[in-house]
Design a protein around this ligand. Structure first.
Ligand code: ADP
Length: 153
């Protein structure tokens, strides 16, 4: 049987405990998961530095050989083709996520017919965690350690 490779794409600005939970649960389904950080070097609009995030993720998953981390700047559906990945892994927190994910999944299916999107429902303890809120708290020097699977200065 061919390897079941999934891409977990996102901005991950920052990668949270909610994202971490999706990866861990995804490992029960897939042989390999590629965490793919979407990044456009011409639009420098990230809050957390891309290299810092890659380092933190490499550290977080250092003992998990089935997980790798990459940065990409192309259509996710094309990235999947390039990596030979048959699945896109995404997390669903609420109906707002659903509406958004529903339309992206339709487009991705149109662009790459062989690609299946797989959604995991967020664990209730992580459902309230969002990268946007973490950025706000961090900006005003609040402690965000509780929401991240690694520590950040
Ligand atoms: P994007 O910019 O593509 O929305 P994000 O980094 O915000 O990327 O999220 C990547 C994926 O993780 C999305 O499928 C999103 O719904 C999911 N996600 C975001 N926050 C959580 C969370 N707290 N728990 C589980 N999944 C989440």
């Amino acid at each position: 049987m061919p390897k079941r490779i999934a891409i977990f794409p996102g901005s991950f600005d920052p990668f949270t405990k909610g994202h971490h939970d999706i990866v861990q649960r995804g490992l029960k389904i897939f042989d390999e998961i590629v965490i793919a950080i979407g990044y456009n070097s011409k639009k420098q609009n990230r809050y957390f530095d891309i290299d810092l995030m890659v380092n933190k993720l490499e550290e977080t998953f250092q003992n998990e050989s089935k997980v790798s981390i990459i940065v990409y700047n192309k259509l996710t559906s094309n990235l999947a083709k390039d990596l030979g990945a048959g699945f896109l892994l995404r997390g669903l927190r609420n109906t707002t996520d659903f509406e958004y994910e529903n339309s992206i999944a339709q487009v991705n299916k149109y662009l790459n017919e062989g690609l299946e999107s797989v959604f995991l429902i967020t664990a209730p303890e992580y459902a309230a965690i969002s990268s946007t809120i973490i950025r706000e708290v961090h900006k005003f020097r609040g402690n965000v350690d509780e929401f991240l699977p690694y520590t950040i200065e």
